[in-house]
Ligand binder design. Structure first.
Ligand SMILES: [Zn+2]
Length: 1129
């Protein structure tokens, strides 16, 4: 084996590797120029296959055993069969119920089950150079260029980068803080929304569509037509959540104040107008009971009470230290409340399953827990739209400015009680498709001529039905096998792809995972390397598996690096791992192939031995410099050589300053903020990584990046390849294994185990009239239609914008089909199809009635965060405000006037009327009312959260890296993630119902909603706080923190003590549940009222004025009102 030979001379590439070198791109090529031919030409139809990629020459050969192991599709062309069936659904399943099985899925991530740090201690194997392996580690060590401490990093020991670990000083750059915040989702679906049960079964276009529009007026809210009604007397009893503490004295030094209580105007109470009768909320003297329902002001009066809100209590001077009330301020209680909207949706729509049978039906909010039944359209878990009624003409669309957009999460994880997409096998001819536009068979295709042909719902072309697919039609024109075929009756399903859909017309090899570990000084010092190596020993047992497969088909490889790279041979036949050092990082090559990528079970002993040795080998390193570009190149070359797709897990700690391709310099400059040059902070500092990303995508090489920086590392540049290959970035600033290990290991576990597809291409087809024009997310595009993803996992979404290219028809509606071609974790080539049909409208009122603000915000965020690459943040903010104002002004003008109300016969615009208190009324009389569409009444509050986010309006305490990091995360967030990220969830812990499963109803995200006698949990998907009020009952403090008083609470605790009482148990279980709901592990921070950490906490109270100049909700609403008036006048 020539491998031995290579090992002798690490410093230089071997002649035999020349084949590799020529594959390297010239790095000065500007990316995007010279766009390569689309990788998947055939995607549009199994054409000639993929562009041939150069196969490495030279001594490299595919690893033995790497032959395709994927199962070719069944070739029983005459009898297409489903490989798998989802469980339980007779309608769609096969005739034989006992064959029903869940579709093979890669191993599911099981929340709560993720941490496996208790790994079995591996038998310690002292590394001993075995004579039979002359090239083993110690020998290799000699080749390592341990250069000692470099001059510019004099004494790493004394690095003074901020406080260690994850508790930097208050108000300085906290870790991955994603400051902006926000939550809930809006929009009130009329309770009369048609639900599935009563619906006929053939609601697709082309088929009789019984219910396609909502005709009944909304009924969920009492409509009186009164705009500013007195609200006195309208209270409903509050919902009681939680129960009083045991032994809670009814009175004491600090009576329990679960809520503020509203009294007369208090100094500092916004909204209170001195001397003015408070119309918006009610005096409520119920002292110790808390739970004063919010009188929901006069906005949409007669709404259910605002749970949990109340004003500051008597005796307890307003907790808030806000300035005295300004004159002419809106009462915060009278303006639309996210909590109210969320709670209304839960109670209106949470109980019934959501059937997707009806075209254009707006699903429940992402904050509502509901069950989905796929009856012909994709579940909202896969596809969500900003509007479910598309205007028929582009003129209408321009007039209203509501973006036509969908957020697609193709591989979303479904809850256990919902069927996973079935896999359909159409035999060796491949999936049935339209001859012209290549759309895949779906419920919208109409069979004609007795079933011999079908007409495409997307392009109207008529296609012959292949003999093996022929089926007679019933008297309604429906195929007799309608319910037996997922592709005829369901919104989402998968096709097995044939070899025509594979690169080089060859079924793919199973993918590989390569772990690439920074072993420079910082990584060792922080405990990262020890922790990681220990964890990998057990984590490797949890690689994604196909269905019930006994073991994962994924092979693994290991690389460590600092200024040079170390490859490891972990072939099962070896007694000890072998290391090979490549120090010529300028021209990266892989010094071995055989033994680099291995099956975990076969090589377990060698791998464990390696993982034992790595921390020791580098334990004394003084090397502080690292490379980065060559690391990705090495992984890429290894995958190329093995002819497979895969993922690189890179664990990296510093700015790559060492001389190598992709070397970076520190160019951080916060003085650029708010200047025209601010955008450069988000741009990569070199085009090197753009080019590298392109190569990675072509190979199906996804890069996940785990960063452990103690200072600026240029996330904007380092993250670029990750960004364009569909990977994930994790960032642990000031990482210390002790303090941050839990978060890192949980993230790592979830990341390694999650459902993922490789080497993917997504195409979105639409019916005539609209087309997909823009895409947002972590991917690469080399043409205007194909979204190329080196990998796509279950957490990633792609937001798509559509534009008109013709008129749409109200009768036929608009259809969208998203097709994702990918390689599964076992190497099976598949297509996942999602179909969605929408209504089209000629009345703008219909559009405004069928909107979803959460999805709209998701789109706006992605639009804005991309725009900062080329525009100043000020410009971006202004354009967001402008578009939103136009949306609302158009409603005001066309849908909210009495005349248009009469025409549409609907009263729903009344519901959105922003009723106002006395001062606001004056404002209104001079200027006209602010009237918001019901489904968009939260647009202002959420928009404000976006505008004051750290990307668009950063405070001085946010680091450049954190901004780049957040920008990256947001790009692939789904609607529920952006929702809670921008408007965080604030749960009153003191109101927990310790006997039930429910969470207490959230309070609005504002300081004035917090009681100093309460404890609150705040989360936004990335951050998790428990805030403790100074006057919290001692009993409650004892029950939760196991100390006797507020003063004794240790705010440095990383976990809550495990106490055997219902409060402790319930709170810890809430924390667990919340963590399991989010894709990233949230570290818990305890914040005591008036503690210095409180500054950080307040950063997330999004309805308040922010320290970086962001407007309060009330102020912003007034501003929007002004903008709208200007547009109308
Ligand atoms: Zn077609």
């Amino acid at each position: 084996m020539n491998q031995q030979g290579h090992m002798a001379s690490y410093g230089q590439p071997q002649p035999g590797y020349q084949g590799y070198h020529q594959q390297q791109l010239a790095y000065d090529n500007q990316h995007m120029t010279g766009v390569p031919p689309p990788q998947y030409g055939p995607y549009n139809g199994p054409v000639q296959g993929y562009q041939q990629t150069a196969v490495p020459q030279g001594p490299l050969r595919p690893v033995p055993g790497s032959a395709p192991t994927s199962v070719p599709p069944s070739t029983t062309a005459q009898q297409p069969v489903y490989n798998q069936y989802g469980q339980g659904d007779v309608h769609n399943g096969p005739a034989v119920p006992e064959q029903m099985q869940r579709v093979p899925q890669s191993q599911q991530y099981m929340p709560g089950n993720t941490l496996h740090s208790g790994s079995q201690p591996m038998p310690y194997q002292q590394y001993a150079p075995s004579l039979s392996h002359a090239q083993q580690l110690p020998n290799q060590m000699a080749h390592m260029q341990i250069t000692g401490v470099s001059s510019n990093s004099a004494s790493p020991v004394s690095q003074g980068y901020g406080p260690p670990a994850s508790r930097p000083p208050a108000a300085t750059s906290l870790p991955p803080v994603g400051p902006a915040a926000y939550s809930a989702a809006p929009q009130n679906i009329p309770s009369s929304t048609p639900q599935d049960n009563s619906l006929p079964q053939h609601p697709f276009p082309g088929q009789p569509s019984p219910v396609s529009t909502f005709s009944s007026p909304p009924t969920s809210i009492g409509l009186t037509g009164v705009i500013h009604p007195p609200s006195v007397g309208m209270q409903r009893p509050p919902t009681m959540h939680g129960q009083p503490l045991p032994g809670q004295p009814p009175s004491g030094p600090y009576p329990p104040q679960p809520n503020h209580r509203s009294l007369g105007p208090q100094p500092g109470m916004p909204g209170a107008i001195p001397g003015a009768p408070t119309q918006g909320f009610q005096m409520h003297p119920a002292p110790n009971q808390g739970f004063v329902p919010q009188q929901n002001g006069s906005f949409a009066q007669m709404r259910a009470p605002q749970p949990n809100y109340a004003a500051p209590s008597t005796g307890a001077p307003n907790y808030s230290s806000q300035p005295p009330p300004q004159q002419k301020r809106l009462d915060p209680d009278s303006i639309p409340s996210p909590i109210q909207v969320i709670e209304d949706d839960k109670s209106n729509r949470g109980s019934e399953p959501f059937s997707t049978a009806v075209r254009g039906q707006v699903p429940p909010l992402v904050t509502t827990d509901f069950v989905v039944k796929d009856q012909g359209n994709a579940s909202p878990r896969f596809v969500r739209c900003a509007t479910y009624n598309i205007p028929c003409t582009s003129d209408m669309a321009k007039q209203c400015q509501v973006p036509l957009t969908t957020v697609i999460k193709p591989l979303a994880t479904l809850p256990a009680d919902e069927a996973h997409p079935f896999i359909v096998d159409h035999g060796e001819t491949g999936p049935i498709r339209c001859n012209r536009c290549k759309a895949y068979m779906c419920p919208y295709m109409q069979f004609i001529e007795g079933g011999r042909r079908f007409q495409c719902a997307f392009c109207s072309c008529v296609t012959e039905v292949l003999p093996h697919y022929f089926q007679h039609l019933d008297h309604t024109g429906k195929r007799m096998d309608y319910y037996d075929r997922p592709e005829l009756s369901l919104g989402s399903y998968e096709f097995l792809a044939t070899v025509d859909y594979c690169k080089n017309n060859k079924f793919p090899n199973p993918p590989a995972f390569i772990f690439m570990i920074d072993v420079s000084y910082n990584a060792l010092k922080s405990g990262l390397v020890h922790l990681l190596c220990e964890e990998l020993k057990t984590l490797l047992d949890f690689l994604p598996r196909e269905g019930n497969a006994e073991e994962s088909a994924i092979r693994v490889g290991f690389v460590t690096y600092n200024k040079v790279l170390h490859f490891y041979n972990v072939k099962s036949s070896l007694a000890q791992p072998q290391m090979m050092v490549v120090s010529d990082v300028a021209d990266m090559f892989v010094p071995l192939l055989d033994g680099f990528l291995v099956n975990v079970n076969e090589s377990r002993a060698v791998i464990n031995s390696l993982l034992e040795q790595i921390p020791e080998m580098f334990g004394d390193t003084r090397e502080t410099e690292t490379v980065f570009g060559p690391v990705i190149q090495a992984g890429l070359e290894a995958l190329k050589a093995a002819e497979c797709a895969g993922k690189l897990f890179i664990f990296h700690s510093t700015l790559p300053l060492a001389e190598a391709p992709g070397k970076l310099k520190n160019r951080d400059d916060k003085k650029l903020i708010n200047t025209d040059k601010e955008k450069t902070l988000f741009q990569p500092q070199t085009s090197f990584y753009n080019n590298l990303a392109k190569e990675c995508v072509a190979q199906g090489c996804c890069v996940d990046l785990f960063l452990f920086p103690n200072q600026y590392v240029d996330v904007a540049t380092l993250g670029l390849v990750t960004y364009q290959t569909g990977g994930s970035i994790y960032k642990y600033t000031y990482f210390q294994a002790q303090a941050d290990g839990e978060r890192f290991l949980n993230d790592l576990h979830r990341d390694v185990r999650k459902v993922i597809g490789f080497d993917a291409v997504m195409r979105v087809r639409t019916s005539t009239g609209i087309r997909a024009t823009d895409f947002f997310g972590s991917f690469y595009m080399s043409n205007t239609t194909d979204v190329e993803l080196a990998a796509l996992d279950c957490d990633k979404t792609i937001t798509v914008e559509f534009k008109h290219d013709d008129k749409l028809n109200e009768d036929s509606g608009a259809q969208i089909q998203c097709a994702l071609l990918y390689t599964s974790c076992s190497g099976q080539r598949r297509l996942r199809i999602h179909n969605l049909s929408l209504n089209c409208c000629t009345q703008l009122a219909d559009l405004y009635r069928n909107c979803e603000t959460d999805t709209l915000i998701n789109f706006f965020v992605k639009l804005a965060y991309r725009a900062v690459l080329n525009n100043s943040t000020k410009t971006v903010r202004e354009s967001l405000i402008n578009q939103s104002a136009q949306i609302l002004a158009c409603y005001r003008k066309n849908c909210a006037s009495p005349s248009s109300a009469g025409q549409s016969g609907s009263l729903d615009h009344f519901r959105g009327r922003l009723a106002v208190n006395r001062i606001a009324m004056e404002l209104q009389s001079q200027t006209g009312q602010l009237i918001l569409p019901e489904c968009m009444k939260l647009l202002p509050v959420y928009l404000n959260c976006v505008l004051k986010s750290d990307i668009l309006q950063p405070g001085g305490d946010v680091s450049t890296d954190d901004r780049a990091y957040i920008r990256h995360l947001i790009a692939s967030m789904d609607v529920s993630e952006t929702n809670v990220f921008f408007y965080p969830r604030v749960l009153p812990v003191h109101k927990m119902d310790v006997d039930g499963d429910d969470f207490p109803v959230a309070v609005r995200c504002s300081e004035e909603r917090l009681s100093k006698g309460g404890i609150y949990l705040l989360e936004n998907g990335l951050n998790l706080f428990i805030w403790v009020g100074m006057s919290t009952q001692h009993d409650l403090i004892q029950s939760i923190f196991n100390v006797q008083s507020f003063g004794q609470i240790d705010s440095g605790m990383a976990t809550l003590p495990q106490l055997d009482n219902p409060y402790s148990k319930k709170l810890r279980s809430m924390v667990d549940v919340i963590r399991a709901q989010r894709p990233r592990f949230m570290k818990l921070l305890i914040v005591k009222q008036e503690d210095k950490m409180e500054v950080l906490f307040k950063h997330f109270l999004m309805e308040d004025k922010s320290s970086n100049g962001g407007a309060s909700y009330v102020d912003f609403l007034c501003h929007m009102h002004k903008e709208i008036r200007q547009l109308l006048s």
